[in-house]
Design a protein. Structure first.
Length: 427
């Protein structure tokens, strides 16, 4: 764990290094580019080769798609208590999604002129559900569940071959997934983005993934829509003397256990004595957890305990870091939140752990990382809509603006543009 004290030598340099963290290493993009090129050139044949190479599964193209009846059979093995938890979380996620659906509107803004917006759900979107060391059931709800609430007709899930945990299958069926493809990593994302002989391309791909999946989404942007470019998970906690160090330690460890070892967990506190308290609590709680090898990598390289003089400095550090998850455990968290200018999601008060957001609070847990909260939003209901602007002029309104149209046409040397306006109103 790294300890940084405001005003001491090296503080500014060390904190700046935190701000400059990359979403993925350069080699991830190089590897993803080669795989994408293979899918683009050889389609299903390349998909089958990459499935065998990366996931050690031999499949024919006919076996890429999992029949929904097979998913239902697997899902039936899930205990009823787990089914109930999934349905409850899904209900809460979709409740928030429906409250935040964009709405069509049109209104008069000047005499004879109406403007507005029209929102249309996308028709076919892809959601990436990682495999790896943990069944990410919640990711299904926070991607497919939101797409379903938005009105998307075809929700195409891809997940690595063998990722057939009953909870994942049950969540997919409950969330409205219409197709399940046994495809993982870069080759799965590329197949959805580009299309192959057996896989119809999608309009947008959403969902978290490892560094290679993230690199692939970045490279494919433009050929397909994407949600955001996100790296390893991270959390930043702002705390004052009123905070409970045991709570903070638990929250820092919740991100450290994710799996890549590249996660970051940061404490920014106005109480310097809190650093030792949290450090002791982290080490004590670490010994009670299952994923200790992964956690130890993060404890060595990705945990930063920072002392600052006041809430204003804490908010400045947090905003510059722009964390995926920001917890504010202070006496007045709302006051601190008003000073924050960039964060994926903010969790207010000691009774709001980040894991509420991961699982069941409502807003999607697909959030920007690596400082990208300064330029990307997290996944939201509007992410699954096409926005179209609407404009309507009356003849009198056009006549009033015709000289503006003509002058812009002349300034930009586009006389046909000018004439398209004036021809309608010339006497």
């Amino acid at each position: 764990m790294h300890k940084l004290i405001y005003g001491k030598p090296g503080f500014d340099k060390a904190v700046q290094a935190l701000y400059d963290r990359p979403a993925f290493p350069p080699e991830a993009e190089d590897s993803a580019r080669q795989i994408i090129a293979g899918i683009r050139k050889r389609g299903d044949e390349a998909v089958a080769e990459f499935a065998e190479k990366f996931d050690r599964v031999k499949m024919t193209p006919a076996e890429f798609l999992m029949p929904l009846d097979e998913a239902r059979k697997i899902a039936s093995e899930l205990p009823n208590a787990d089914k109930l938890a999934i349905r409850r979380a899904l209900k809460q996620v979709q409740q928030f999604a429906k409250l935040t659906r964009p709405r069509n509107w049109m209104m008069g803004v000047r005499s004879g002129v109406k403007v507005g917006e029209k929102f249309t759900p996308m028709e076919r979107v892809g959601v990436y559900i990682p495999g790896g060391t943990a069944p990410l059931v919640s990711t299904v709800l926070h991607t497919a569940g939101i797409a379903s609430a938005a009105g998307v007709k075809e929700i195409v899930a891809i997940t690595p071959p063998g990722n057939t945990h009953p909870a994942v299958m049950y969540a997919m069926l409950q969330a409205g997934v219409t197709e399940i493809w046994r495809l993982g990593g870069v080759y799965g994302v590329a197949a959805l983005a580009l299309g192959t002989q057996s896989i119809r391309k999608v309009e947008k791909i959403c969902g978290p993934g490892n560094a290679y999946v993230t690199a692939a989404k970045k490279l494919l942007y433009g050929e397909v829509g994407i949600d955001l470019v996100a790296g390893p998970s991270e959390i930043l906690v702002i705390a004052d003397k009123s905070a409970n160090p045991e709570f903070i330690a638990a929250d820092l460890l919740s991100q450290a256990e994710h799996g890549s070892g590249l996660e970051q967990a940061v404490l920014v506190t106005t109480d310097e004595s809190m650093i030792k308290k949290v450090e002791k609590a982290v080490l004590r709680q670490r010994d009670t957890l299952k994923r200790q090898a992964t956690i130890d990598k993060v404890l060595a390289n990705g945990v930063f305990l920072i002392a600052v003089p006041d809430e204003e400095t804490a908010a400045q550090v947090a905003s510059s870091y722009a964390p995926e998850h920001l917890e504010i455990q202070t006496e007045n968290p709302e006051r601190v939140a008003k000073m924050i200018t960039a964060a994926g999601a903010i969790f207010l008060g000691q009774w709001t752990p980040e894991s509420c957001g991961d699982f069941c609070a409502g807003p999607s847990h697909v959030l920007p990382t690596a400082g990208s909260a300064k330029k990307f939003n997290g996944l939201e209901t509007a992410s699954f809509y096409r926005r179209t602007s609407l404009v309507k002029y009356s003849r009198q309104a056009l006549k009033r603006d015709a000289d503006v149209i003509a002058r812009f046409g002349a300034m930009e040397q586009l006389d046909a543009h000018g004439r398209a306006g004036t021809i309608r109103v010339d006497e």
